[in-house]
Design a protein around this ligand. Structure first.
Ligand SMILES: [Zn+2]
Length: 120
């Protein structure tokens, strides 16, 4: 493949990555992904189903329930409000069975990995 063709391909790929990144950022700005808890960022939770409806799954980490405390229409302000409750009032306490706490679990790191702003 000639160099010019490689360069063109590279530019196309970069545009593709940028589009995906922008889409992900837009979804995150809406405050909710289907996978992962929108409150604490615990990954092993399905918050919304394939129809974008709440699953009534309770997060083992923070204890908040999809469809009860928040739903697909919750604003990011609402999510922030309950997140603050968990972080500040409940001091990031693990809600579920203590035996299921992941090894080396770090709630702040978990939120960071999920691109969730940690309430101060
Ligand atoms: Zn959670």
């Amino acid at each position: 493949m000639p160099l010019w063709a490689l360069r063109a391909l590279g530019r196309q790929l970069l545009r593709g990555f940028a589009a995906v990144a922008a889409h992900t950022a837009a979804l995150n700005a809406m405050g909710m992904n289907k996978q992962g808890c929108p409150i604490c960022g615990f990954a092993d939770v399905v918050a919304l189903d394939e129809f974008n409806c709440t699953t009534f799954e309770i997060c083992e980490c923070c204890g908040y329930e999809s469809g009860l405390e928040y739903d697909q229409d919750s604003t990011s302000e609402h999510l922030e409000k309950i997140r603050r409750e968990w972080v500040v009032e409940n001091i990031c306490r693990w809600w579920g069975d203590k035996k299921s706490i992941p090894e080396n679990w770090n709630p702040k790191k978990q939120m960071e990995l999920a691109s969730i702003d940690i309430p101060q």
